[in-house]
Design a protein around this ligand. Structure first.
Ligand SMILES: [Zn+2]
Length: 656
């Protein structure tokens, strides 16, 4: 406002300067000063008047013009001061003129309907007009379909009206948005939801329904009240909420991807005051309605788009094609993420962050279903070969072959219809003893008492340690260090011993490792304990796991060695034997491989390739791109993250 009002004054000042410059440029500049300014040169000025009368006249006229311009400038300045006055003026306490507003009842209680157009409608209608392109195809509106008709026009093919109860003849769907399981998913191209959510107590469930029934790529156009009258009289007990831009954003970000949400607040103190008094749009000036003061949120508008990634098979193909046509080749390159899980369970200690709780795993799958394109590993490899990697695709994999993969993970994968590849270490299938790192965990990180010192020969060297006080490890200590991870500082001598032994055991051949573990058990005075939660899959369970179309079984060697440290011959037998074992057990080809610990050399890759695997996964955390070699597929380790953390990490990977 201040900017545009100052323009005339600036312009005026420039004109004065221009006139002045012209005068000063002329040869008679001296004479002007002589005649008008300096009395001692008066005679020279008079002489000019006599000698060049026209010039002198022109001078006088110009001085006159300067005077006029100056007075115009002063007038404009006064106007500006006047315009700014109400904004700047401090009204002394007790001097505010309330006029018609000094009343305890609002001027109208009908939101302004009885005086013209309610003020919130001004913002609602501007918003819908702005996004009218979204109002197309099959459109759902709440209450009636007036906005659908007004802003959608011929773009609308089917118009649905939702009401919570029967009675309105326009109603095509009777539903409570918080429990609307009878409305099919992926149904609407657009949902117009104006001033509705404030009446729904369980807003979250309603937002989830809206997301679910929206078609992928479809838009939700929603508006909510901010500062408002609650109208208990008209709507009784059901007016629950008023929103802010922030609360609306956070609520919707729980269900829609943050990047797909556009949100704005509208209003200012005058508009809010007029609105709560029930005045109408016609009673304010347009600039007064349009002025935006972020501290006065009269109305919030939100547009959220359901991601296209969750498209159905048929539409996905069409969409892919459309994208391929629309974008230049280099920009159409998709990014995929392969996730590594190990276990779906809860553990008392988890030094390598291998376990994700069943609840969290279900949340991860839900997020993948909503925001990404779940793909099987085989499909991903096929797409890589075809040179058309779909963007935001996510592949779920499991390493090692724990029994919980069948009993806990598979039912959840089925519930969300998300494929996964499970890499089995064939030597452990049906094994009575668990994985060596779990035995080490059982020995050192579970409560109990150990001898205070150890003296052992491992791989030709002496291993000597004193546990001191840490020889005794009680429930409290185990609880305290429950979240300790192998890459963090060691809190006790037991943890230090765990890490040093883990490093010593990892490169050993299976036989040597077992021997050391047995010696450790003897030292500890215990026996290997079969902990059911740490059990690898049995033979029958491995077969059950592979049943159906959803879970692919891949190979992860026989004994889980650090491949790059083995001889080529040993590597070959680890790789080929695990493939052959699995093919025999499952009676189907096994074409995916994963390198234990991600360890591999150039020979390893050559052996895998020659063994007729179609791909091999490493543990290098990276996105898969069209140029990624299929025998060095990177994967990202997933920890026990909650929904928010998992979503944040996923979107960070994809925004890379
Ligand atoms: Zn592994």
């Amino acid at each position: 406002m201040a900017d545009s009002s100052e323009k005339p004054a600036t312009h005026m000042r420039r004109s004065i300067n221009k006139v002045r410059t012209n005068i000063w440029k002329r040869e008679w500049r001296q004479a002007v000063h002589s005649m008008l300014v300096l009395p001692r040169n008066y005679l020279r000025g008079l002489a000019l008047l006599i000698k060049r009368p026209r010039l002198a006249q022109e001078l006088v006229a110009r001085e006159q013009r300067i005077k006029e311009l100056k007075s115009n400038l002063a007038r404009e300045r006064r106007k500006i001061r006047q315009l700014k006055k109400p904004e700047r003026r401090q009204i002394p306490i007790g001097s505010v003129h309330y006029g018609d507003l000094r009343r305890l009842r609002p001027i109208s209680q009908k939101f302004g309907f009885d005086r013209g157009k309610p003020i919130d409608r001004y913002y609602i209608e501007n918003f819908l007009a702005h996004w009218s392109g979204d109002i197309r195809g099959r459109v759902l509106e709440i209450g009636d379909n007036s906005y659908t008709q007004r802003y959608g026009g011929s773009r609308v093919k089917v118009s649905d009206v939702l009401n919570i109860a029967e009675g309105n003849p326009q109603t095509t769907i009777v539903a409570d948005l918080t429990r609307a399981d009878h409305i099919p998913s992926d149904t609407f191209d657009c949902i117009i939801l104006t001033q509705t959510l404030q009446f729904i107590y369980d807003v979250r469930s309603a937002i989830q329904t809206l997301h679910r029934i929206l078609k992928p790529g479809g838009a939700l156009l929603a508006t909510f009240p901010g500062i408002t009258q609650t109208s208990c009289r008209e709507y009784g007990e059901c007016y629950c909420w008023a929103f802010t831009q922030l609360s609306a954003r956070r609520l919707f970000e729980e269900t829609f991807p943050a990047a797909s949400i556009g949100i704005e607040a509208h209003g200012n103190v005058l508009a809010v005051m007029a609105f709560v008094h029930g005045l109408a749009v016609e009673e304010l000036r347009r600039e007064e309605l349009d002025y935006h003061d972020p501290d006065y949120e009269l109305l919030i508008t939100l547009r959220a788009v359901k991601p296209e990634a969750a498209l159905s098979q048929g539409r996905r193909a069409v969409e892919r094609l459309r994208r391929a046509i629309m974008r230049p080749r280099s920009r159409s390159e998709g990014k995929a993420l392969i996730l590594i899980y190990h276990r779906v369970t809860e553990l008392r200690s988890d030094p390598w962050s291998l376990a994700v709780s069943p609840e969290r795993f279900a949340e991860h799958l839900d997020v993948i279903r909503q925001y990404a394109l779940p793909l099987g590993l085989k499909q991903l490899v096929q797409r890589l070969l075809d040179g058309e990697l779909p963007d935001r695709s996510v592949v779920v994999t499991f390493d090692d072959g724990y029994a919980d993969n069948l009993h806990i993970a598979k039912p959840l994968l089925e519930r969300y219809d998300i494929p996964a590849t499970v890499f089995l270490t064939t030597g452990y299938i049906g094994h009575e003893r668990g994985f060596w790192w779990d035995e080490l965990d059982q020995l050192l990180l579970q409560p109990g008492t150990l001898p205070e010192s150890i003296y052992l020969k491992i791989n030709g060297s002496i291993y000597q340690r004193d546990l001191g006080e840490a020889a005794h490890y009680d429930e409290d200590a185990a609880r305290r260090y429950r979240n300790w991870r192998g890459w963090q500082d060691v809190p006790t001598a037991r943890h230090s011993m765990y890490i040093s032994l883990w490093e010593l055991l990892r490169p050993l051949a299976e036989g040597e490792r077992r021997q050391v573990l047995d010696e450790l058990l003897t030292w500890a005075g215990t026996e290997s304990e079969n902990r059911p939660t740490y059990r690898p899959l049995s033979l029958e369970e491995a077969i059950n796991l592979a049943q159906g179309e959803l879970v692919e079984v891949g190979a992860h060697t026989v004994t889980h060695p650090f491949l790059s440290t083995l001889s080529v011959a040993s590597q070959r037998s680890e790789i080929l034997d695990s493939k052959a074992n699995l093919e025999e057990i499952l009676n189907r080809p096994v074409t995916s491989f994963s390198y234990p610990y991600g360890s591999r050399s150039a020979e390893t890759v050559a052996i895998v390739r020659k063994a007729r695997f179609a791909c091999a996964c490493s543990t290098h955390a990276e996105l898969v791109r069209s140029s990624t070699p299929r025998f060095r597929l990177p994967r990202v380790h997933v920890a026990d993250w909650d929904r928010e953390e998992f979503t944040r990490r996923l979107s960070r990977w994809f925004s890379d």
